[in-house]
Design a protein around this ligand. Structure first.
Ligand SMILES: [Zn+2]
Length: 380
C-alpha cells in the first residue's frame, strides 16, 4: 500500500505500469525496475512507486548534466535557433520576481545550479546560496559561490529566516517527503520571502509520467493542495511561460484548500498512461514491418529516445542517435554516437522520432537537411 506524497490518501488507481521490466530514469539510463504510476483521488496528484533507496540513488548515482559546467538541455528550437534551458529559466525568473541588489536567494535541490551561475554572470548584485542532498556538485559550486554560502544534506540553522527567495528548479518532482521539504523552505525564508518553483507539467510534457525516478507528477490541484497544507499562500501558477512545466510562486501564509479534483483530470491522466502503453506496442509493431537489417536512427537523445530504444527488439539496426543539442553531439548513448541532423549517414532509411509528440512533427518539418532524402519516419 502506498500513500499520496501530498495528501496522504491511499493510492489505489493505477494509471500506468511498464509492460517489460525496464524503466527509464530522468538521466536517460535504463534500470531493471518496474514503473508503476497511480492517480490520487483525494488531491489529483500523480505518483510513481518509489525506487528503493531514493536518497542514496541521488547521492551516489544521480548525475544530472554533471559532465561539464556548461552542459545544458535544449528548451526550444525555433527555425534553427536553439534556446537552452538555463537561459530561459533566468529570463523567466527575472520577469517574475524583482531581484534587486542585495537579494539573498537560495537554490534548493540545486544540482550544478546552472541557473544561479548564469544569474551571477549578469552582475545584478544578488547573493546566491546553494543547497543539495549530494556532495557531487560542490566542485562546480566552488567556482562561483563563496565559502559558507552552500550546504549539503541539512540546512544550517544560521540560515533560518535568511532568504528573500528560495528557488527550486526541477527538484520537487524528485522528493517524496514533500511536507518536510516545504517546512524546511519555510524555515529559511524571511516573512516576505518567495518560493519560486519550476515543476514538470505532465499534461503538457507526457514523458514526465513514466520517468521512474520522479515520484511526483504534479497537477495544478496537487500543487495547490501541497501549498495550502503547508501554509504557503499561492501567488501564481503559470503554465505557459516555461513549456512543459509549471512556474509556481508562493509566499508564507494561508491559502484556501482547493476543491476535490474532478473526473476530467483523472481521465486526462489515464489517457497519458494509455498513450505510453500504446507507444510501446506501436514501436514494436512498426519495427516488425520495417525491412530486416534496414539501418535506422533515433532522433532525440533524451528521455524519449531512451524509451524508444528500450522498446526495440533489434537495437543493432540503430546506427546513431540524432540530436540538435551541441552538448550531446560527439558523445554516446547506449553505445551509439550522437550526431547532428546534417551528419545523418545516407544508409539510414528509418528515423524513429523520439521527441515530445506535441512538437515533434513541426521540429522534423523545420529541418531542411532531411528534405529530399528517402527516409521513413516513425513518430512516438
Ligand atoms: Zn493526494
Amino acid at each position: 500500500m502506498i500513500n499520496c506524497n501530498v495528501c496522504n490518501e491511499n493510492l489505489t488507481d493505477k494509471v500506468y505500469d511498464t509492460t517489460g521490466v525496464v524503466s527509464i530514469t530522468s538521466v536517460c539510463t535504463a534500470v531493471e525496475y518496474p514503473t508503476e504510476v497511480y492517480y490520487c483521488n483525494g488531491c489529483g496528484h500523480v505518483q510513481t512507486l518509489e525506487m528503493p533507496n531514493e536518497s542514496s540513488y541521488y547521492d551516489e548515482t544521480y548525475n544530472f548534466l554533471a559532465e561539464s559546467e556548461e552542459e545544458d538541455q535544449i528548451y526550444l528550437v525555433d527555425q534553427g535557433n536553439i534556446t537552452y534551458r538555463t537561459q530561459h529559466q533566468v529570463t523567466v525568473l527575472l520577469s517574475k520576481l524583482n531581484l534587486s541588489k542585495g537579494t539573498r536567494i537560495l537554490d534548493y535541490g540545486c544540482a550544478k545550479s546552472s541557473t544561479m551561475r548564469e544569474l551571477t554572470r549578469r552582475n545584478l548584485g544578488i547573493t546566491p546560496y546553494l543547497f543539495d542532498i549530494s556532495e557531487r556538485y560542490t566542485a562546480f559550486w566552488d567556482e562561483f559561490i563563496e565559502d559558507g554560502k552552500w550546504a549539503t544534506y541539512n540546512l544550517p540553522e544560521s540560515w533560518d529566516g535568511h532568504f528573500d527567495v528560495v528557488t527550486s528548479f526541477f527538484s520537487l518532482e524528485h522528493i517524496s517527503k514533500l511536507a518536510d521539504t516545504l517546512q524546511h523552505i519555510k524555515r529559511v525564508l524571511n516573512d516576505n520571502g518567495y518560493l519560486y518553483a519550476i515543476i514538470p507539467n505532465t499534461q503538457t510534457n507526457p514523458a514526465d509520467l513514466i520517468v521512474v525516478d520522479h515520484p511526483n507528477h504534479f497537477t495544478k490541484q496537487s500543487i495547490m493542495r501541497m501549498l495550502s497544507d503547508n501554509d504557503f499562500s499561492l501567488q501564481e501558477i503559470d503554465d505557459s511561460s516555461h513549456r512543459g512545466a509549471y512556474i509556481v510562486v508562493a509566499k508564507k501564509g494561508n491559502s484556501l484548500s482547493p476543491h476535490t479534483p474532478d473526473s476530467i483530470l483523472k481521465n486526462e491522466i489515464t489517457s497519458i498512461g494509455e498513450f505510453w502503453k500504446s507507444a510501446a506496442q506501436r514501436i514494436q509493431e512498426f519495427e516488425k514491418t520495417a525491412t530486416i537489417n534496414n539501418a535506422s536512427a533515433i532522433y532525440g537523445a533524451g528521455f524519449y529516445g531512451s524509451f524508444l530504444a528500450s522498446n526495440l527488439s533489434a537495437l543493432d539496426n540503430v546506427k546513431c542517435f540524432i540530436d540538435q543539442n551541441k552538448f550531446l553531439q560527439g558523445t554516446q548513448l547506449m553505445g551509439r554516437p550522437i550526431i547532428s541532423p546534417i551528419d545523418l549517414p545516407n544508409e539510414v532509411k528509418i528515423v524513429y522520432v523520439a521527441l515530445n509528440p506535441k512538437h515533434s512533427r513541426k521540429i522534423i518539418q523545420d529541418l531542411t537537411c532531411f528534405s529530399g532524402k528517402d527516409i521513413t519516419f516513425f513518430y512516438i
